[in-house]
Design a binder for this molecule. Structure first.
Ligand SMILES: [Zn+2]
Ligand SMILES: [Zn+2]
Length: 546
């Protein structure tokens, strides 16, 4: 008899799966335990998808038992039930693995690998298990297509499509291909097959609450976080193999279907450079770009030398165009080719509208002071403070815009990693600066030649509290952070939205990292939209020969 049971152990857990003669046991101190112990039968341990499901179940069961909020408890319960049933169904498939194999592209891990037949699985679809990521795969529903589609372990569907025919990726063959320069991204992202799954496309194109909440139904967020630690699959896999397999799994099971998209995908790409330039990175970019119709990388000026890439942020109406940035960029890079990253038009518009409606800085300031007097957190104040500061509410416009900045950063880092051009100079204002810091974070985890020469951040909507250390690792020259104490948008709005955290654009990084250079431009910059027209970009103190 197959069973999956949960036993509390102090603040932690032990979960135990039995299926036929096979068994698997996992114990952890809690859902954020990055090194749970996982032991059991080799056949079960080798199935990465199964291990992920079991740990996901453990995390959600743990959450259900130890969370107070009824809404969260209900979410955990639902997710735990789905994962428990899926795990049992998948374990059953593992016990029935036969001898027949086939080698084909897997839509779960985007690898060309061996799949093994599950005996007695002819209905509703003849099923195999992927030898790498462990997901159940079936023939693609498009006649003649040699690639394999992913199905859920419990399924009644009669047709599945491969990642290529679902438009989750441009094509399997293009996953590893390079682009000559950033302008080549469109050709790279062009779908090579027709979309056979129009319903899937509509679902995958949505962004917002559904996309953020969905992961809970398949993977618990803490588990996703833990999976990013290389030791996560300690019992089954180790080191780099675990990381890349885990990521592939997360990518296949979630990013491609739009599930993990926002919350997980950014984390996946930024947490490890192994994804960059590879199959998972391609899938992530494809998914992100597909969900942001405003995304583009435009060559606004051809030139020679180190290419400059810039992105604007919110509340920058009237200065989102190249014409307003030309002076600024010319103060330092007069001949460089310049790319502008267009992104998040809808999210930035919604955020701007909210701030305008809410009455701007005076109202925000009053709310914040009121909160301080009460000794309460900003998040408990009704009104704008509630909307912006309610971290639990994934639909708040600030969180959505911030997540979009993360996704844009993940996308751009992937394109930069894949391009033969560069290294690049990155520049950003406000949330656009956040995009660029995310890019640097992702690229810093990657091996190989540095892809960033320097960065210029203006009024950056990036917190001082977060440990940004490490993001300069892949930068050859340095990071200039232009900040102004007169930046009221950062002073009030950012702090309110981020639970009193101070932005580096308002006070500087104050980092010990010698490559981060804070520049106080308070004298010339009177507000959040004053940077682009007033700042003079600094020249690097280039290292001299000693
Ligand atoms: Zn696979
Ligand atoms: Zn296909």
């Amino acid at each position: 008899m197959a069973a999956l049971t949960y036993t509390p152990r102090g603040t932690g857990f032990t979960v135990r799966l039995t299926s036929g003669a096979l068994e698997l046991e996992a114990s952890g101190s809690g859902p954020e335990d990055g090194t749970p112990s996982i032991t059991g039968s080799e056949a079960l341990l080798q199935n990465l998808s199964l291990v992920t499901l079991v740990l996901g179940y453990a995390a959600n069961e743990h959450g259900f038992r130890r969370t107070r909020s009824p809404q969260k408890r209900a979410g955990h319960r639902e997710a735990a039930d789905v994962e428990q049933k899926d795990a049992l169904a998948l374990a059953d498939l593992v016990t029935r693995l036969g001898d027949k194999t086939t080698t084909a592209w897997c839509s779960g891990c985007f690898s060309k690998v061996v799949h093994t037949h599950v005996v007695g699985s002819e209905r509703p679809l003849r099923t195999y298990l992927c030898g790498q990521c462990g997901v159940p795969t079936v023939e693609c529903g498009v006649p003649g297509c040699p690639h394999r589609a992913v199905i859920r372990p419990r399924t009644r569907i009669r047709l599945g499509y491969c990642a290529e025919h679902k438009h989750a990726i441009p094509s399997f063959e293009k996953l590893q291909s390079r682009i000559p320069d950033l302008g080549g991204y469109q050709e790279f992202l062009k779908f090579e097959a027709r979309n056979a799954d129009r319903i899937g496309k509509v679902a995958g194109g949505t962004i917002g609450a559904a996309a953020v909440v969905a992961p809970l139904a398949f993977f618990a967020a803490p588990v996703v976080g833990a999976a990013l630690g290389s030791s996560f699959f300690g019992g089954a896999l180790t080191g780099a193999a675990a990381t890349s397999h885990g990521l592939a799994m997360l990518g296949g099971g979630a990013i491609a279907s739009g599930g993990l998209g926002m919350a997980g995908g950014t984390a996946v790409v930024t947490a490890t450079g192994t994804a960059l330039g590879g199959a998972l990175g391609a899938a992530t970019v494809s998914s992100y770009v597909g969900s942001d119709p405003s995304f583009s990388v435009e060559l606004v000026r051809p030139g020679s030398g180190t290419p400059v890439v810039f992105a604007t942020g919110f509340l920058t109406e009237g200065q989102s165009a190249w014409s307003s940035w030309e002076r600024l960029i010319n103060t330092r890079y007069p001949d460089a080719p310049v790319y502008q990253v267009h992104w998040g038009a809808k999210e930035l518009r919604d955020l701007g509208a909210l701030l305008a409606v809410a009455g701007g800085k005076a109202a925000v300031k009053a709310l914040l002071l009121q909160g301080a007097r009460r000794g309460s957190k900003a998040a408990s104040i009704p009104g704008l403070g509630w909307v912006l500061g309610a971290h639990d509410v994934v639909t708040n416009p600030w969180t959505i815009a911030k997540n979009r900045a993360g996704m844009t950063g993940a996308t751009l880092s992937e394109l930069i990693a894949r391009s033969d051009e560069g290294p690049y100079v990155l520049m950003g204002h406000s949330l656009g600066a956040r995009v660029m810091v995310t890019v640097a974070e992702a690229l810093a985890t990657r091996d190989g030649d540095p892809r960033i020469e320097s960065m210029h951040l203006l009024g950056a909507a990036v917190g001082t509290r977060k440990h940004w250390h490490g993001f300069t690792d892949g930068i050859t020259d340095g990071v200039w952070n232009y900040w102004s104490e007169n930046d009221d948008v950062l002073r009030w709005v950012y702090r309110l939205a981020e639970g009193n955290e101070i932005a580096v654009g308002q006070s500087g990084f104050g980092s010990k990292d010698a490559r981060i250079k804070d520049r106080n431009v308070s004298r010339s910059v009177a507000g959040h939209s004053g940077y682009v027209s007033a700042v003079t970009l600094q020249h690097g103190a280039r290292r001299t020969m000693s």
